[in-house]
Design a protein around this ligand. Structure first.
Ligand SMILES: Cc1cc2nc3c(=O)[nH]c(=O)nc-3n(C[C@H](O)[C@H](O)[C@H](O)COP(=O)(O)OP(=O)(O)OC[C@H]3O[C@@H](n4cnc5c(N)ncnc54)[C@H](O)[C@@H]3O)c2cc1C
Length: 458
């Protein structure tokens, strides 16, 4: 960016304008995945909508590409790019709850930790991710899967409206009543259409839950998966539960002599009456002998941050994802072959149920194109040591290769790797053609390209 353009931009924004050579640059260019090493031309830490508009216009005037960053958790590192202008919303954390209307407005830089903290004060919540440091923006725009999904739907199913800065710097609100085509596309189309500065969500009366992890032996994982799969099909919707592989961390509730052993886990979250929890969990707890568990009553935000320690910023990340309609015997055998090889304590495989309320919504009502799947599964390679990249990436690829023949062609866009661009159409699924049309209308020059990028309709 030329000196004059930088001076103009600095005059137009209240947030920081950070350039290569600035002391803050090396910190500001970092995203969550330490494998991403990009050098943007300029990073604008916006403080409000006016800054976002100014940044978009400055990029346009200077011919710079734009990368948009909410919480920065994108595994392919879409929140940054070489030589681009980064619109960083991380300082935009305003939240307003209307408890009477069970509605919250949250700015695009909020994390789920920020969000849950604000809504919990009113005994309210909506579906968010399972880690509190993930951004609400990227997670919601791609889908939004978490503990509350079976009862409350995807995060995007709870979106009432969104304020958006479009590619030309203009500002619109999208809802069922205003710009409904844009509102449709935002709910599942990722960051392809504009920069969402404010999200309005529906809230649910959820305050305290009963939940936590149950650990089982690797040898019992087949039985655990079968019991889980059979129960989750029709289990009460107030039950959120996912299957995972996990090396036992050194936590006090796990016997010391088992720390470091590979196990499988069911993580549960019951939002119904607490006195029913034991009965509701029984078919899962009885799947096989439990080695260790830490299940009990707690505030909903506590469960939402319970596993943050396993995934601190600065790990290397490489993930692959599939949607699954039916967990077949062959798929279980693929899991049994590769799951026990999980290389490090941070890495995992999660099998999230997306039945229940997700299936109530018509498949074409929002852009999210895989409502007929039962699970969104992710093989999440996360490791601290960059010298181990090859071995960890190989584990993810081998696992994915084994699962793919027993899964849908597409995977959840928010769990996909950077080298998944050849699968973009399959990842968006049945709504891809309509997404292409809306993309051509709202972003005809593909200004918003650092994402699972939707090809413009011809
Ligand atoms: C540790 C970890 C845990 C996770 N857990 C879950 C989970 O439980 N459930 C789940 O569904 N997903 C989960 N995810 C995946 C998560 O949904 C994606 O990584 C998501 O993209 C993160 O959003 P973000 O805002 O933090 O990321 P960013 O990197 O900031 O952005 C991701 C994408 O969204 C775009 N974007 C960001 N902000 C905006 C905005 N305001 N307007 C328009 N576009 C924007 C970016 O350009 C980019 O393309 C997890 C990821 C990680 C790393």
């Amino acid at each position: 960016m030329g000196e004059k353009a930088v001076a103009e931009l600095k005059g137009q924004v209240r947030g920081e304008v950070i350039l290569p050579g600035d002391e803050r640059y090396s910190e500001a260019r970092k995203v969550y995945n330490a494998m991403i090493d990009k050098r943007p031309a300029v990073i604008v830490r916006c403080t409000g909508v006016a800054d976002v508009i100014a940044a978009v216009k400055a990029a346009h005037a200077d011919g710079l590409e734009i990368a948009v960053r909410g919480g920065g958790h994108s595994v392919p590192g879409f929140g940054t790019a070489d030589d681009a202008l980064v619109v960083d919303l991380g300082r935009m954390k305003g939240i307003r709850v209307d408890p009477a209307a069970r509605t919250v407005w949250a700015e695009g830089g909020c994390t789920w930790g920020d969000f849950n903290h604000a809504t919990h004060a009113f005994g309210l919540a909506t579906t968010g991710g399972i880690i509190s440091t993930t951004g609400i923006a990227g997670l919601t725009l791609g889908g939004g899967i978490g503990y509350l999904t079976r009862g409350a739907g995807l995060s995007l199913d709870n979106l009432r409206s969104a304020d958006v800065v479009l590619a030309d710097g203009s500002f619109v609100t999208a809802s069922e009543a205003e710009n409904p085509d844009l509102f449709w596309a935002l709910r599942g189309g990722g960051g392809n259409f504009g920069i969402v500065t404010n999200f309005e969500y529906r809230l649910h009366p959820i305050k305290n839950i009963v939940g936590g992890p149950m650990f089982f032996e690797v040898e019992d994982a087949r039985d655990v998966m079968r019991a889980y799969d059979s129960y989750i099909t029709n289990a009460p919707r107030e039950l959120g539960a996912f299957f995972a592989w996990q090396i036992a961390p050194p936590l006090p509730f796990i016997p010391e002599n088992r720390h470091g052993d590979t196990m499988c886990v069911l993580v549960v979250c019951w939002t119904g009456p607490p006195e029913q929890a034991k009965r509701v969990f029984a078919p899962l707890r009885d799947a096989a002998p439990v080695v260790a568990e830490h299940v009990g009553p707690m505030p909903y935000p506590a469960l939402n941050s319970a596993f943050d320690g396993l995934v601190p910023p600065g790990l290397q990340h490489y993930w692959k994802a599939v949607f699954v309609k039916e967990l077949t015997g062959e798929a279980i055998e693929a899991h049994m072959k590769h799951g026990p090889k999980v290389p490090v304590v941070n890495s995992t495989v999660h099998m999230y149920p997306i039945n229940g309320a997700v299936h109530d919504v018509a498949p074409d009502a929002t852009a999210f194109g895989h409502r007929d799947a039962k699970y969104a599964s992710v093989v999440a390679g996360m490791w601290p040591d960059p010298t181990q990249n090859e071995a960890n990436i190989r584990w993810v690829r081998d696992y994915y290769k084994a699962l793919a023949p027993h899964s849908e062609e597409g995977g959840y866009i928010n769990f996909a790797a950077g080298d998944d661009m050849n699968r973009v159409g399959a990842n968006f699924g049945r709504n891809y053609d309509r997404l292409r049309t809306v993309k051509a209308k709202y972003d005809p020059h593909n200004v918003f390209r650092h994402n699972q990028n939707i090809a413009l309709a011809a």
